[in-house]
Design a binder for this molecule. Structure first.
Ligand SMILES: Cc1cc2nc3c(=O)[nH]c(=O)nc-3n(C[C@H](O)[C@H](O)[C@H](O)COP(=O)(O)OP(=O)(O)OC[C@H]3O[C@@H](n4cnc5c(N)ncnc54)[C@H](O)[C@@H]3O)c2cc1C
Length: 401
């Protein structure tokens, strides 16, 4: 964060008359477009995106309405909304249980290509990201390269107009349904490991690519291992220079971390937990009541931090510390909220899981609270662990002294 708030900053919770017409428009659209099955898919979400069929339907409806990419520049398909309108839109979607999109292309790769892609890459890939025809997965981690990402060994060897790729990527979320992948591969063995990496865009139906599922502790299938066996990737699919993929990947990670766990995602769980309590009319222990109130305060503080940091729609280039802070605070808050939901469910969580499995409709029934708690354990690992974010923030603070 550069410390500057958007010129029209006002507290997100305070509505003005100007918002009325905008909100009425949004609510009318959601009333009509968010059918009960889509709302159910939104409520049932455990991980970072809703069931993929519901995601694709919701994605398409937002695209047809022209509202799929509020944070993109209007010239590239954005809505032209103010930061405040974007915030209000996200909040309405949360309050109405809209499916959480699988949006790596929208939130990370699209903005990266707008900044760093060639004209051909923008023309070819951006329209399909907007329409939802192309979903993108991220191929960074490998069996021997996670927090230490520069240890990547999957090789891309230049052969005429192609790179020939061999090796494997792991923990690749959505590789089993995505049309494309962005990834970094080793193209040289420089003195500094970061200097021999190249950032490529890969079609998932390329001959030589095999996707093998990995099942999570929550029982869901979100990620995979992806094997490359002489898979050919055109040189034209390179973003940035050969052997300078580290710079491209760093910018990609700033974009990804800035919206990895947005406040709107955390607020869904807190809203459901609070609503379920109100419906059950159960008397909550004072200690749990205090925790619930405390988390609402933490969420509001986080909303304001996010609002101030992302006023322009995306983080300032080079703001590694600020984007890591958003990722760290958002993901740890998400875990605290899921943990409270589980503590409120108490023994009911295990009992419901044994009795009905995950057949319930919402995260507020016992079994879903337990499954959600398991799913959210991963939030402080993916997109860089909390320890990694703290290291980045510490380095940024030291460099700024
Ligand atoms: C649900 C989920 C989805 C994911 N999706 C993707 C994806 O789509 N694409 C992709 O590329 N990757 C993905 N990942 C992988 C993720 O980015 C890595 O798991 C993460 O970067 C950590 O790497 P690692 O698992 O190899 O753990 P390691 O790097 O081996 O770390 C193990 C532990 O050591 C700690 N540690 C490591 N180095 C340091 C250090 N220098 N200082 C302090 N502590 C340290 C870590 O914090 C961690 O607690 C996903 C992971 C999960 C859990």
């Amino acid at each position: 964060m550069d410390g500057a708030m958007p010129a029209n900053f006002s507290p997100p919770g305070v509505e003005t008359q100007d918002d009325d017409a905008f909100l009425a428009d949004v609510r009318a659209f959601l009333d009509q477009a968010l059918t009960p099955d889509l709302r159910l898919a939104g409520r049932r979400t455990l991980g970072v995106h809703a069931e993929i069929g519901a995601c694709r339907i919701w994605y398409r409806r937002l695209y047809q309405r022209g509202w799929i990419a509020p944070a993109w520049p209007a010239a590239w398909g954005g809505t032209g909304w103010t930061p405040r309108q974007r915030f209000l839109f996200d909040r309405e979607c949360s309050r109405n249980d809209a499916p959480i999109l699988f949006a790596t292309g929208l939130r990370s790769l699209g903005p990266l290509l707008i900044e760093m892609g060639t004209r051909d890459q923008r023309d070819r890939y951006l329209p399909a990201i907007l329409s939802g025809d192309d979903l993108w997965c991220q191929g960074f981690s490998e069996p021997g390269a996670g927090s230490d990402l520069a240890a990547v060994t999957t090789r891309a060897v230049r052969d005429g107009d192609d790179y020939v790729v061999n090796g494997s990527k792991i923990w690749t979320t959505g590789a089993h349904f995505c049309e494309r992948m962005f990834a970094i591969f080793r193209t040289a063995d420089g003195e500094k490991r970061q200097q021999g990496l190249t950032f490529l865009l890969v079609d998932m139906d390329t001959p030589g690519i095999t996707v093998v599922p990995i099942i999570e502790i929550s029982g869901e299938h979100e990620f995979n291992q992806v094997f490359f066996d002489n898979a050919r990737v055109p040189v034209a699919n390179r973003v940035g220079e050969e052997n300078d993929g580290w710079s491209t990947a760093k910018r990609l990670m700033e974009l990804a971390r800035s919206n990895n766990t947005p406040a709107a995602l955390v607020s869904r769980v807190l809203l459901r937990t609070t609503a379920a309590l109100a419906e059950s009319e159960a008397e909550l222990e004072p200690a749990l009541r205090r925790r619930l109130a405390g988390l609402w305060i933490e969420l509001e503080a986080f909303e304001r931090l996010e609002y101030a940091a992302l006023g322009s729609g995306r983080p300032r280039k080079g703001d590694v510390g600020g984007t890591s802070m958003l990722k760290l605070i958002g993901s740890e808050l998400h875990q605290k909220v899921a943990e409270l939901a589980l503590d409120i469910a108490g023994p009911r969580a295990a009992a419901t899981l044994a009795a009905v499995g995950l057949a319930g409709d919402t995260v507020d029934d016992g079994a879903r609270a337990l499954a959600k708690h398991f799913a959210v354990r991963a939030a402080t690992i993916y997109s860089g662990s909390s320890e990694t974010q703290r290291n980045v923030i510490a380095k940024a603070l030291i460099a700024a002294r």
